[in-house]
Each structure stands twice: as structure tokens, then as C-alpha cells.
Design a protein around this ligand. Structure first.
Ligand code: GDP
Length: 176
């Protein structure tokens, strides 16, 4: 309601995954309506966007790791209170996909205290189809195993970017 500034719900969403998979680019691509130059970004912290989904206004506060994933030092405070987590890999670098199960899933178990947290697996950079190392089927299989929603997208062309955040937000809305 209007009592807290024009939205019905407020959700905290995290982006996690290896360095350079495109987490910041996804965030920038989602937030800004026009395409900006995609350059490596560090220190983004978080951005806010109000989405109209299912007749409700959802305020999304989306946190980026600000490059700290390089040092694998994301801690409990980053994860605290998150309703949604987007796990990002780069479809052109297999190691970023395997690291999701080897590193990130373990960290999630350790730090993510919210059992109702909705997870979305996102394979980014599908515009580089000729360099693809991870098939869509592999992505879908891992998502199913680990109880995640799944989409492939491109922060560069913005293909499926809005959909990632919208589908996640819709699913969070369904949490009782
Ligand atoms: P982060 O470290 O995970 O936040 O990754 P960045 O957002 O900094 O992106 C790393 C690099 O990948 C940058 O050079 C981006 O321009 C590039 N990049 C990000 N998303 C895409 C994409 O969808 N397609 C292509 N071709 N490049 C991308």
C-alpha cells in the first residue's frame, strides 16, 4: 500500500556466481531501459526497481556482489533476509557452471538461512552461441536437481533478462 511508498511487497534478491559471468551486466540491463556499453563492472552493491507483476507493485532490491566473489568472502550478512537468489553462470565457460555445484551451492547451504528462499539458475551470454560450452539441457537438469527455476539469457541483447526477474518475483509472491 501507499503507506510505504507505492508498492505492495518488498523483496531482497541476490546475484551470485563466479566473477565475470555477467551478474552486474544483468542488473544494469534489467534496470536501465536502453542498452549501455557493457564494460566490466565492480562495486555496484545494489539497485532498486519497482515491477508491476500480477496486478501488484513489487519493490525489488537486487544485490550484486561488488566483485567480492573473487575472494569468496560473501558472508551471512549478504544472504540475510533474501527472498530470492539468482545463480548465474556463463554458458561459454563450463567452469562457471561446475562451480555452481562445487562452490556456490555449498556456500548457500552454509549462509542462506531462509528455507523459503526461491532460487533461479541463469545461463548468461547466449548471444555467443558459437562459443557455447554448456547445453541448455545440462542447465535444465542441474536446475531440476537443485530445485531452481531455470532460464538462459543475454545481458547484452537483453533477451530473457526481464523474464528472469519477473519469474523469480512471481514465484516469491506464491510463498505463503
Ligand atoms: P560480473 O563480474 O559477474 O558482474 O560480470 P560483468 O557484468 O562485469 O561482465 C563480465 C564481462 O562479460 C564484461 O566484459 C561484460 O561486458 C561481458 N558480458 C556480460 N554479459 C554478457 C552477455 O550476455 N553477452 C556477452 N557477449 N557479454 C557479456
Amino acid at each position: 500500500g501507499s503507506s510505504h511508498g507505492g508498492y505492495d511487497y518488498s523483496f531482497k534478491i541476490l546475484l551470485i556466481g563466479d566473477s565475470a559471468v555477467g551478474k552486474s551486466s544483468l542488473l544494469v540491463s534489467f534496470i536501465s531501459s536502453q542498452l549501455e556499453d557493457l564494460a566490466p563492472t565492480i562495486g555496484v552493491d545494489f539497485k532498486i526497481k519497482v515491477l508491476d507483476v500480477g496486478g501488484k507493485k513489487l519493490k525489488l532490491t537486487i544485490w550484486d556482489t561488488a566483485g567480492q566473489e573473487r575472494f569468496r568472502t560473501l558472508t551471512g550478512s549478504y544472504y540475510r533476509g533474501a527472498q530470492g537468489i539468482i545463480l548465474v553462470y556463463d554458458v561459454t565457460r563450463r567452469e562457471t557452471f561446475t562451480n555452481l555445484s562445487d562452490v556456490w551451492a555449498k556456500e548457500l547451504e552454509l549462509y542462506s538461512t531462509n528455507k523459503d528462499c526461491i532460487k533461479m539458475l541463469v545461463g548468461n551470454k547466449v548471444d555467443k552461441e558459437s562459443e557455447r560450452e554448456v547445453t541448455k539441457e545440462e542447465g535444465a537438469a542441474f536446475a531440476q536437481e537443485s530445485g531452481c527455476l531455470f532460464l538462459e539469457c543475454s545481458a547484452k541483447t537483453r533477451s530473457n533478462v526481464e523474464k528472469c526477474f519477473e519469474e523469480l518475483a512471481l514465484k516469491i509472491l506464491e510463498v505463503p
